[in-house]
Design a protein around this ligand. Sequence first.
Ligand code: ACO
Length: 434
Amino acid sequence: MNTAAKLEIDGKVHTLPVVEGTEQERGIDIATLRTHTGCITLDDGYGNTGSCLSKITFIDGEKGVLRYRGIPIEELAQQSSFIETAYLIIYGHLPTRRELQHFSDLLTQNENLHEDMKYHFEGFPSTAHPMAILSSMINASSCFYPGLMGRWNPARFDVHTARLISQVRTIAAFSYRKSHGLPVIYPKPTHKYTANFLHMMFSEPYLEYELKPEVVRALDLIFLLHADHEQNCSTATVRMVASSQANLFACAAAGVCALWGPLHGGANQAVIEMLEEIHRSGDDGSRFIEAAKDKNSGKRLMGFGHRVYKNYDPRAKIIKQACDSLFRALHVSDPLLEIAQRLEAAALHDSYFLERKLYPNVDFYSGIMMRAVGIPTEMFTVIFAIGRMPGWIANFREIMDDPHSRIYRPRQVYTGPALNRYVPIEDRAEPAKA
Ligand code: ACO
């Protein structure tokens, strides 16, 4: 196997080291490229750029493989819980019984927001998107923990981590209650993580929400499947912000903003809106598929395609099965599920999608499952953010623990005007009216 690559520029050959990962994926290390050649690399959208070495998550997009700390997602989905998986991702190993209990206790001890935080919710209009509230409130909550603000302190990592994982769920539930004009419901220390979230979302002061085990398990699975996904847009954002030594909460708030977009975490909401549009219009899905193939239509088959997976997203497979089981267990049906299944079947036989290797991603069925759980559409991306928190925290920690970590600062190839002189305002010609 080559351990060096040769690059010829202006007749001169430069040797660049090749770094090999655990699973034999290779990267050409170009750290000295500009110093030695004056050139930089250009990679719009970073499709070929490895921004870091990481020990957290492995993806083989060609084969549809996803592993957290080496453990296949299928095994975790079947045997683990979100909180155990969060521990695995953050601390690098499956917890012993005692470690898990300690982690769980820390989460419970840190589940309540500072009481003054409640006033912040008052300032948002009822139309505010919960992702806007979530990112603002994560940042705002950092103000209540001055210990966060100083330099990175590994001794405080456990408690800040527990605070963030636990409180993001409380903030999310409070923002939902607030946007629906409902009184907030405090967390219950006797409930486990996901059950507690459902309790805070759906209990009323006069009526306790009935926790169905299959619903709790379904939502827990959704959190687990979203827990990390290596250098996606939001995680890369978290690392970018962390590289400036910003605090954990600031990095997580930035991650939430990056996740919000419809091409990333916002896709789960966009999938449901697409399915509803198809349902309303009476289309059997075929008209929409044609529109999604037409670049001028402005439409895409949301929940399809992925930068890394050129095969079925393994999370989509798990969610699809879990979705079927949940519907059976609850004895419910959803016309949107039928439309989704028709769209999937059509796309998987259509040369447009096959040639471009566009397969269902995690978002294609997760929204339908969340509807069955009772989560309102505008909260879907928030659910994704709660789930992704362990991955963001683990990536944050990798940056902070790396003694060689440098501030992330990409370069560019400038294509604007060449040297241009300042013209005083009285000498500038107004553009001619059209
Ligand atoms: N529907 C129709 N055509 C698509 C779709 C889609 N969902 N996705 C990609 N394509 C087409 C593109 O138009 C392009 O066609 P061309 O080669 O003829 O120009 C080709 O497939 C490649 O697409 P790109 O946009 O270059 O792929 P990229 O890797 O940049 O984008 C992305 C990946 C953003 C996920 C894209 O597939 C997409 O927009 N999908 C829909 C949104 C979605 O589901 N996002 C969730 C991603 S998973 C996650 O974040 C959790």
